[in-house]
Design a protein around this ligand. Structure first.
Ligand code: ADP
Ligand code: TRP
Length: 332
């Protein structure tokens, strides 16, 4: 068994702190120990019909942000999904054995169809087949993804084993989610509700490109309450979220100090926020500076994309050649 890892991220906006701790940080670790393929899922993003300008900007930006975070094109294969047309070909093959019923039962499909009833396109329905193609094109065994992607991975295993059975082969492995155990953090947002996310509304997410002023403004406006009324009460979610953010970017002492002052009812949310803003900026600043450097260096970005394209195509073309043979497309 090889130690091949594939994961992708949709280029739908700038990376935020949730993306960093939920995805990128894990990639940083994995690139040190495994044969990793990390890509920008630009085919996938077409389900929401971005303009050419937006698509192009976002792909370039996310690639630059990946690199600024420390993903290393020398260690991992960093590439853009649409640079590997072999993925689209495998997607076509897999779609021949992907059934309407099973695709319609996928939770993310149902949810998106419910939210946007006027855009229930075939690409949305076959999103899991495309994702399976991304993974199987490199015959990967492990896929570092969050909980929300587990069902897609299950479909990938279904498609892989169905192909194997149909052609009496063991060509495709059945990939599993790569779990980080306790290290899988969920970064909360600033709006007092659930997780940090780019579509959760203005001010909920801290982006890695946010400048000091923006960070401070967002944090100072974070949702709080009137304060604790009795000792040792359990904080409501909005306050627990701020503590969780302190856990992520501040020292253990700082986080403990504010938890304690909550417990004994002396807490001043203004002080907590000021401290969180400083620590957040200290965390983000070096990444932000690297993003600015990389983004302005077109030659570097092109070179990184070209290196990734070459390495990814080498792996993908090998797979697709064999798949064509297995299916019966012999070269005449
Ligand atoms: P968003 O929710 O902003 O649209 P995506 O769905 O594009 O973000 O997520 C890309 C990656 O980042 C996924 O691997 C996802 O699990 C991770 N991620 C996103 N938000 C968070 C968060 N708040 N906490 C932890 N991981 C997150
Ligand atoms: N569906 C993933 C997400 O929304 C992105 C993705 C596309 C992906 N293809 C993949 C993740 C292949 C892992 C492997 O986050």
């Amino acid at each position: 068994m090889t130690n091949r890892i594939v994961s992708g991220i949709r280029p739908t906006g700038n990376l935020h702190l949730g993306n960093y701790f939920g995805a990128v940080k894990n990639f940083l670790k994995l690139q040190e120990e495994s044969d990793c393929f990390f890509f920008i899922a630009d085919y996938h993003s077409l389900t929401t019909h971005p303009t050419p300008e937006n698509l192009n900007y976002n792909v370039k930006q996310v690639l630059a942000e990946f690199v600024a975070c420390g993903l290393d094109p020398e260690k991992a294969t960093l590439y853009i999904q649409s640079d590997i047309p072999e993925t689209a070909e495998l997607y076509l093959f897999l779609n021949m054995n992907a059934y309407l019923g099973e695709l319609m039962r996928v939770t993310s499909f149902k949810e998106k169809a419910r939210k946007n009833p006027n855009n229930v396109n075939a690409g949305l329905l076959t999103y899991p087949t495309l994702m399976a193609a991304d993974i199987l094109i490199h015959r990967a065994e492990k896929v570092p993804v969050g909980k929300d992607q587990e069902q897609h991975l299950e479909m990938t295993r279904t498609f892989a084993s169905r192909f194997n059975r149909m052609y009496k082969t063991d060509f495709f492995p059945e990939p599993v989610a790569y779990n980080f155990g306790e290290e899988l953090v969920k970064v909360p947002g600033l709006d007092g509700s659930g997780k940090m996310g780019k579509s959760e509304g203005e001010g909920n997410a801290i982006f890695l490109i946010d400048d000091e002023k923006t960070i401070s403004k967002k944090i100072m406006r974070a949702v709080t309450d009137a304060g604790p009324t009795e000792a040792n009460q359990t904080p409501p979610q909005a306050i627990a979220n701020l503590f969780a953010l302190l856990d992520i970017v501040s020292t253990a002492d700082t986080a403990a100090f504010f938890r304690e002052s909550y417990a004994n009812c002396t807490i001043r949310y203004g002080d907590l926020k000021k401290q969180l803003a400083v620590d957040m900026n200290n965390f983000v600043a070096p990444i932000r500076e690297r993003i600015i450097d990389v983004v302005s260096n077109d030659a570097l970005i092109s070179k990184i994309a070209a290196t990734g394209r070459e390495k990814a195509r080498e792996s993908a073309s090998k797979t697709i050649e064999e798949v064509r043979q297995i299916i019966g497309f012999k070269t005449i």
